[in-house]
Design a binder for this molecule. Sequence first.
Ligand SMILES: C[S@@+](CC[C@H](N)C(=O)[O-])C[C@H]1O[C@@H](n2cnc3c(N)ncnc32)[C@H](O)[C@@H]1O
Length: 286
Amino acid sequence: MATSGALPPSPEVDAWSEKDFAPITAFLRTQIGISLEPHRMGLLQARLRSRVQVRGFSSFAQFHDQVLRSDPSGWGTQLLIDLSTVNHTSFFREPAHFAFMAEKVVGWLKESPSSTVRLWSAGCSSGQEPYSMAMVLAETLPPQQLPKVEIWASDLSLEMLKVAATAIYTARDVQGISPARLRRFFMLGKGPREGSFRMVPEVRDLVKFRHIDLRTPNWSVPSDLPMIFCRNVSIYFAEDERIALIERLAHHLRPGGWLVMGNGEILPGSAPSLRKHSPSLFQKEG
Ligand SMILES: C[S@@+](CC[C@H](N)C(=O)[O-])C[C@H]1O[C@@H](n2cnc3c(N)ncnc32)[C@H](O)[C@@H]1O
C-alpha cells in the first residue's frame, strides 16, 4: 500500500469547464435574477469565455473572484447581463399592435388636443420597437400633433441601449421594411458607414431612452401612462417576478390604460386591475 504523506496530484481542472462556470451561474441567479435554460447557458459560457479571455483572464474562476465577487455592481455584472439577455427584436414585430396603438393615440389627441401622450416601450432591446411606434405615429398624425407624443424606451442591457440610441441599423435589420418607409425614415450611410441605415431625426427625437431593470421597484419613467408595450420580456422572469412585474406595470398605467404584451406571453392570473381583451392586450379597469 502506498503511504506517501504528499497529497495525490489534483486532477487537472479545466479552467473553462462547466464546473468552473458554476459560481457564475449562481451569481447570475442570486445577484442578477436570471435563470437560463441549459442550452442558453452553454451559449453564455462560450460568449463569456471569448469576452474575458481577450481581457487577459485565464479561467471563469478568476473572472468570478476578481471581478464579480470584488465588485458585484461593476463591469463584469453588466457584461453578464448583456450576454445573457436575449435581445431578438425587429421593426414592426407583431404589426397589429402598432396599428392599435396609433388608432388609440389619434383618439386621445382628439379628446384632449393640448395634452401630451406618453407611451413606454419597456424592454426595447436595440430600439426597433419604439422606433416602429414613432414611424407609425409620424405616418398617422398631422405634423403639428407629432410633438404631442413622447415615447419612453428602456432596457436592462446598456449595450442594447447604446445601439438603440445610435439608431444605426444593418441592411438585414431593415429587410422587410417597405421602400416607402425606408425612403422616408432612414438615411443611407456614406463612406465607412456605407450599407447602413440611420433613423431620421424626426423619428429619433420622439424617443427617450432610459436604463431600467424591470425587476427593481423604482422606474424613472412617468406614471399614469395610457399605454405600455412590454413585449417578449417577461419570458425571462420567474413566475413570482412576472406577477410583480405585471402589477407594477399596471400601477404605471392610468385607469383605462393599455398593456401590450408579446403574442406568446402568458399573463399570470393575479393582476387584479387588468382585464384581458385578446391574448396580448390588457386594459386597466377604471
Ligand atoms: C426579446 S427582447 C424584446 C424586445 C422587444 N420588446 C420586442 O418584443 O421585439 C427582450 C428584452 O428584454 C430585456 N430585458 C430582459 N430582462 C430585463 C429586465 N429585468 N429589465 C429590463 N429589460 C430586460 C432584454 O435586455 C431584451 O432587450
